[in-house]
Ligand binder design. Sequence first.
Ligand code: 5GP
Ligand code: ZN
Length: 114
Amino acid sequence: MDDCIFCQIVAKKIPARIVYEDDDLIAFEDIKPQAPVHILIIPREHFPSLNEVPEERKSILGKILLIAREIAREKDIALSGYRIVLNTARDSGQEVFHLHFHLLGGRRMSWPPG
Ligand code: 5GP
Ligand code: ZN
């Protein structure tokens, strides 16, 4: 996936401020943070969005959530609160078509989202 910016981050072809990585996942700071803590957590494997994650790869989804929880603890926002966002396809505003979860925290957020 040479034209995918997040695949290039996975391959370390473009830099990112990585906060966590293992054999399946990588987590890094968003380049345009929308909150004091704004981390993106992505699978190393390329899926354009949640819509394309096959049933046999479903374990990656739970793993991402548990790593997000762990990062929230490390960033000291677990108790104050945080939001995990998964934009999917056009109406959500998804801009990068490599599955990614946003972890946002460190400020009070409003509801509903825009
Ligand atoms: P989406 O709207 O697709 O859910 O969110 C994409 C996110 O990726 C945005 O928050 C955007 O700031 C972030 N982003 C886009 N390009 C890059 C990049 O090259 N590096 C990093 N660290 N974040 C990026
Ligand atoms: Zn990709």
